[in-house]
Ligand binder design. Sequence first.
Ligand code: GLP
Length: 242
Amino acid sequence: MIIIQAKDYDEMSRKAALFIASQVLLKPNCLLGLATGSTPVGTYQELIRFHEEDGLSFQQVRTVNLDEYYGLPASHEQSYRFFMQENLFDHIDILPENTHVPDGLSRDPQAYGKEYDEMIASMGGIDLQLLGIGSNGHIAFNEPGRYFTAQTRLVDLNKNTIEDNARFFESADEVPRQAISMGMRSILGARRILILASGANKAEAVRDMLEGQVDPMIPASILQLHPNVTLVADNAALSLIS
Ligand code: GLP
């Protein structure tokens, strides 16, 4: 794993955006795997700036998102589809039909998850997957557990994740208890992975991801098995690395 150090959140965001922009320049019709959460917001702002000021075009780019809260319609302010429109898609020249976020209202999540994985495969697989990391080491909504799961599927969110994400809702009670999450097969199938981490509350997860055993209790540790992962993290998130 290549580690790129940044002094703070803004520098992390600039470096991450350069990384993604270079992918788009190299392969204008690339398939980008995208993430939500507060971590990539600054990266998306930089990409919007590249688009507006430097003419970076997303016209041929295709995207797949990692996850969506189960039960939230796309119009809900806290849905990940809404987040992607607000934070990126509405501000660049990407074609709406080229963007894919799991459907939080899917009636048959099991069949839907299979279709989502098949869609990614039929698009040629992900060229660059952007990831954040949960404070408990989760990636997408793959929570710590007894095993790693390959498939996109319906998952139960654990208490820690519900508490972490409660800041976006009126209260923890309003945070959905389930989500549709991309599984490890599509994530690890990406040709390149860019994982971002910012802040002291991610330091333990980053240490465990990098220095611990590959362990389903630390879902991000599976990235140790991928040949092309870059971590861009700020000093606070790297503070526990030996
Ligand atoms: C959510 C998302 C993850 C994200 C994580 C961290 O649970 N499903 O994809 O990486 O939160 O979020 P944040 O960046 O807000 O710390």
